[in-house]
Design a protein. Structure first.
Length: 533
């Protein structure tokens, strides 16, 4: 049957309605433009429950995004900035978000060349300095990097997958200070494992992964892939240098909800059919709450001797491979940076404790690295010296930093190279954390940092925990209990006391400090033979 005139009109109306409906989209959904210009800003914060990553997937990191922009030479040099979290994290949550940061950079990228290391089966980049030349500050550009930010009640970690997967920033929220060095500019140096005319290592700051050769390795400045794994126990960012069948590595960076430490879990794999030698080091560039390193910085390396890696000509120290006493060398206390005139790098031949650290007596901020010394015996320290003339080689603002290194290898020298057979791997776990206002560091474990110092007529006691703890502080002087106190301690509120001593005290005594948890078990302790002034 053919439609009538009325039927035609009805059919026409139906067709028009259908056409309009198709053009306007599904009922109840507002049509969206197919392309929306995006401004580089931080994404909204999400709690661990809100981040859905059912299967961890590797996300490739481009070299930089968006395109670098020229920077006006008349403008002041800006420091790299990261947007604060839109909302503070709840006490029992870890927030994870992504952001874009900008950093001033010299224009070195177009002059990077590709090469291949046959021994390690690894590609690497070198800087063609003949083509690059020596550009002035007028050539500075703004470069942009994607960042992954983890945040709990005590720490905010910023990770740059595009810059070798480094932890770029660690804000200690109780003080608002960054423990890491952050360079104002990305400026290629001549230091690293290659020839000086090919090296381009950037003293960008933060914590980098030096692999698979000594010094800073090959992979500190190239893009890494990453995945995010949320959990109620710990949110983890897994950084991966490659998925190819070559010597490769990954690093898990973990943050738990109510802890003031972050966890790193490096893992090195050899999926090939050959035995391969390698070096791996974690390198942290630090200032401990200051824009530049304070001369009033103290290094805590529990050892009686160190091996010189390199020393400046006016350092007053012997050259490479010579063992010297630590911390006192020829009457100088080398644990205090104000006694360093020139640069010095040294290895600890045999660590005696599972921690090292440093303390900035001006900012009142310290750092502890807690690690399994049987698995990763490499311990190294480097700093420039107070009067170093080399700061212009890596920065434009004359700032300084120091480096805490930890590695699989005991030294950088070839006889200490490690070896992985076909299909073998090696992994371990370390804990890093800032602490505040305890006057120094004598002992650290995952739970707490302790300081015990004999002063004129008194004992100074300091205890900083990595989470909120309630318990009992017990101070023993020889066999006698000198003090017992019920306390509540947290990263926000460390425990410090100045405990007076009797006038008839002996010149020396054995002192022990214990912190017992609510269940009476020892959380941390320290014993020392102390000279009483």
């Amino acid at each position: 049957m053919q439609p009538t005139g009325y039927g035609y009109r009805v059919l026409l109306i139906i067709c028009l309605v259908a056409l309009l409906s198709a053009c306007s989209g599904t009922p109840g959904i507002t049509p969206q433009p197919t392309e929306t210009p995006q401004t580089p800003t931080a994404t909204a914060a999400a709690t661990i429950e809100a981040v859905t990553v059912p299967t961890p997937t590797l996300i490739p990191s481009p070299l930089s995004s968006p395109t670098p922009e020229p920077y006006p030479t008349s403008a002041p040099l800006p420091s790299p900035t990261i947007e604060p979290s839109p909302t503070p994290p709840p006490p029992d949550r870890v927030l994870v978000r992504e952001a874009t940061i900008s950093v001033l950079s010299y224009p070195y990228e177009p002059y990077l060349r590709e090469a291949f290391d046959d021994q390690h089966g690894t590609p690497y980049r070198w800087l063609d300095r003949t083509a690059y030349g020596e550009p002035s500050a007028e050539a500075l550009m703004l470069r942009y990097f994607n960042a992954v930010i983890l945040e709990n009640r005590y720490l905010q970690l910023t990770i740059l997958p595009e810059m070798g997967g480094r932890i770029y920033e660690c804000i200690f929220k109780p003080t608002g200070q960054n423990i890491f060095y952050r360079n104002q500019v990305l400026k290629p140096t001549r230091w690293g494992p290659l020839a000086p005319e090919e090296n381009w290592w950037l003293a960008a700051g933060g914590m980098e992964w030096a692999f698979p050769v000594n010094e800073h390795g090959y992979e500190w400045g190239v893009p890494w892939s990453y995945s995010i794994e949320p959990s109620t126990a710990e949110t983890t960012v897994t950084l991966t240098d490659t998925t190819e069948d070559r010597l490769r590595m990954s690093v898990e960076v973990g943050l738990a909800p109510s802890k003031a430490y972050f966890v790193i879990r490096p893992r090195i794999e050899n999926p090939t059919t050959s035995h391969i030698t390698y070096q791996y080091w974690t390198n942290a560039m630090l200032t401990l709450g200051s824009p530049s390193m304070s001369p009033n910085t103290e290094f805590i390396y529990p050892t009686q001797e160190v091996i010189v890696h390199s020393a400046g000509p006016v350092s007053g120290l012997p050259g490479e491979r010579i063992r010297v006493s630590w911390p006192l060398y020829e009457g100088r206390d080398m644990s205090r940076y104000d006694n360093w005139v020139d640069w010095l790098g040294f290895f600890t031949p045999q660590p005696t404790e599972d921690f090292v650290g440093a303390y900035n007596h001006d900012s009142g901020v310290g750092v502890a690295r807690v690690f399994p010394r049987q698995e990763v015996p490499g311990v190294k320290l480097f700093a420039w010296g107070r009067e170093s003339p080399y700061t212009s080689n890596y920065t434009d603002d004359n700032s300084q930093y120091f480096e805490i290194w930890g590695g699989v290898n005991r030294t950088f020298w070839p006889e200490d190279d490690s070896r992985l057979g076909p299909g073998e791997s090696k992994g371990w776990t370390e804990y890093w954390y800032p602490f505040q206002r305890i006057g120094g560091l004598d002992f650290a474990n995952r739970e707490a940092a302790l300081n015990l110092e004999a002063q004129q007529g008194s004992l100074h006691v300091g205890l900083a925990t990595t989470s909120h703890e309630e318990g009992t502080v017990v101070l023993m002087l020889g066999p006698d209990e000198l003090r017992r106190e019920e306390v509540a301690v947290s990263p926000d509120s460390p425990y410090t006391r100045q405990i007076p001593l009797a006038r008839d005290m002996p010149a020396a005594a054995h002192v022990s400090l214990r912190f017992l948890g609510e269940d009476g078990q020892v959380v941390t302790y320290y014993d020392e033979d102390v000279l009483l002034p």
